[in-house]
Design a protein around this ligand. Structure first.
Ligand code: OAD
Length: 223
């Protein structure tokens, strides 16, 4: 079976990485316009680097959980699995998933706002860091900010529309285009979440509960 899986912050919540919109989430503590937009980066690059340096430090300390592990097992099965994530952490990779599509970029990567070179991000980035390719002091985390176009959208649209099953795990479905992927799915659709998301009505099937419990059980049923 062709399975396209979209994950959001909820899949990493039980690894200790905060979500964005839940009670106490990131966007209740930080101003999204200041730390997650190109305009915010122009206004105050040090603030933006501080924000992502802290995210990167949290990520290094976190470990994949049972949901990440189960999804990696599913990828190794006879099913044709594509894992698409909105998450910028690398917990899917560290659980063993091989071909993760990071539509919102990655904390582990840096990019140059001038020449668009990309490289492995150091643990701590600073506004004056020169680009290793063109030397411009314009390095930024390789993260897709609000107002920017997510990565790999053509590939994602193809995979989701051709899948026999589309599954969204731990995402509030508040951010487009990820939230709209369920609309182009032609196969069966399943939402896994602690609580119904903003797009819950667009899914045929629902599994409600913590990802570390629900995802391994669901994967065990498929294997
Ligand atoms: P949100 O914080 O918006 O939503 C997290 C979702 O995870 C919610 O629907 C929760 O109910 C669910 N959840 C929380 N804990 C869970 C658990 N243990 N098991 C299962 N589900 C759980 O995060 P995203 O939907 O990922 O973008 O946010 C989408 C994008 O908005 C992010 O990629 C980020 C953010 O702004 C950028 O920064 C560009």
């Amino acid at each position: 079976m062709k399975i396209a899986i979209l994950t959001g912050a909820g899949v990493s919540a039980e690894s200790g990485l905060g979500t964005f919109r839940d009670k106490g989430g990131m966007w209740t503590k930080y101003d999204l316009d200041e730390v997650a937009t190109p305009q915010g980066f122009v206004r105050n690059p040090a603030l933006v680097h501080d924000f992502y340096n802290a995210r990167r430090a949290n990520c290094v300390q976190a470990a994949p959980n049972a949901a990440h592990d189960a999804l990696a097992r599913l990828e190794k099965s006879a099913h044709d699995v594509t894992l698409i994530t909105q998450n910028v952490d690398d917990l899917h990779e560290r659980a063993g998933s091989q071909a993760v599509i990071h539509m919102h970029g990655s904390l582990t990567q840096a990019t140059c706002a001038v020449c668009h070179a990309t490289w492995v991000a150091p643990l701590v980035m600073a506004p004056d860091d020169p680009c290793p390719d063109c030397a411009a002091p314009a390095t930024r985390p390789d993260i897709v900010w609000f107002g920017e176009v997510p990565y790999h959208m053509d590939q994602i649209a193809k995979v989701v529309s051709e899948a026999d099953l589309f599954v969204a795990i731990g995402t509030s479905a508040e951010v487009y285009p990820a939230a709209g992927l369920v609309e182009i799915a032609q196969g069966r659709t399943l939402e896994v979440n602690l609580a119904p998301s903003a797009q819950a009505n667009a899914f045929e099937d629902h599994l409600i509960g913590p990802a570390t419990k629900v995802v391994p059980d669901w994967v065990a049923g498929l294997l």
